[in-house]
Design a binder for this molecule. Structure first.
Ligand code: DGP
Length: 114
């Protein structure tokens, strides 16, 4: 499977502002933030896109989402609200092919997106 910039962040080969880590999940601030809070939550397991996730990844995907919810509560913006979104492939706007969920918060986000 092709190595991505996120694999290098997991292996600490390139720096990142890491805000959360457990045995299966890593979260770090996006290099190009689109909101006052913009954190990427990734599984350490290299799954390229959501479309590549398998039934055996169900618990991992659940942990990813629960890690986001827990982080939002801990950082104090859960009640105000936030967005968790995963871009899949070209039309979804995915640029890094290591599954990730964007956590965006700290401003009123528009819907629908462009
Ligand atoms: P996506 O377009 O959904 O694949 O989002 C990829 C995000 O990854 C994008 O918002 C910018 C971010 N990104 C790309 N390279 C790096 C990097 O080296 N470090 C960090 N922290 N974020 C990165």
């Amino acid at each position: 499977m092709a190595d991505t910039i996120f694999d290098k962040i997991i292996r600490r080969e390139i720096p990142a502002d890491i805000v959360y880590e457990d045995d299966e999940v890593l979260a770090f601030r996006d290099l190009n933030p689109q909101a006052p809070v913009h954190v990427l939550f990734i599984p350490k397991k290299a799954i390229p896109t959501l479309d590549d996730a398998k039934p055996e990844d169900a618990a991992l995907l659940g942990r990813l989402l629960l890690a986001i919810a827990e982080y939002a509560r801990r950082e104090g913006f859960a009640e105000q609200g936030y967005r968790a979104v995963s871009n899949c492939r070209e039309y979804g706007g995915q640029t890094v092919y290591h599954l990730h969920v964007h956590l965006l918060a700290g401003r009123h986000l528009k819907w629908p997106p462009g």
